[in-house]
Design a protein around this ligand. Sequence first.
Ligand code: PGA
Length: 271
Amino acid sequence: MSGRRKLILGNWKMHFTVKQAVNFAGKLAAKPIPEGVTVGIAPNSLALSEVSTLVQKTGLKVVAQNAYFQDEGAFTGEISMPMLRGIAQYVLVGHSERRHVFREVNDLVKLKVAAAVRSGITPVLCVGETLVERQHFHTKHVITDQLLTGLSNLTAEEVAKVVVAYEPVWAISNGKNFSKHKAATPEDARVAQAVIRHNIAELYGEDVAKKVRILYGGSSNAENASAFLQVDGIDGLLPGGASLSVATFWPIVEQAGNLAPKKIEVKNEAK
Ligand code: PGA
């Protein structure tokens, strides 16, 4: 057992009006969070502030789905990392939909990771291969490239606090078919986390590699959560579709609770 807390981050993507988001967050906030687990929710940008106010005194963390790397300026449509201060504790960076729908490239992702750290927000750096890349046996190369470029503006101390999510692009649902969608196997997750930790150990040292939290970010649900959470080196999950209702999200949180270490040895999570 790693001694790292379990981390479950529900990515709501482009769902819910502000009113619906606040209402849903209220239902989640009423649930007791199991010991050894950190639970975060990622509303759309419009709902971030109200959801944050609502959950402030609860154990729930707030996750932004995206933000730009510049602090302010003429960047129509964007929000910045400093704007998230006091509102979100985590920010997703380089989610596969950002990379593949909005064409974000590694060099932009790297600037966003560093900007998040500068603002005291924990970046969740998402990496993962497409189906074509996988079929051509490029998985290891793609993960390594996305990871090392993404982290390249950080010090070792900063890298230790980053969360990395392995999300194979081919194993992400459209939000509705998450229970039937082709899922990666726990073995896929084990191999990916080994590649991630090995690279981090080589560049930043063993100690840093032990502290970094790695999530499985492909489709997860109540049926497969435990299997992924039992993989040595996988510290949590980033469910999308399954995070949109209490009935499908909370069983995942509870399973994380059953598998959470009794003694937390690595205290590096966002406040
Ligand atoms: P999904 O999304 O659970 O709906 O497949 C996962 C993700 O986008 O990380």
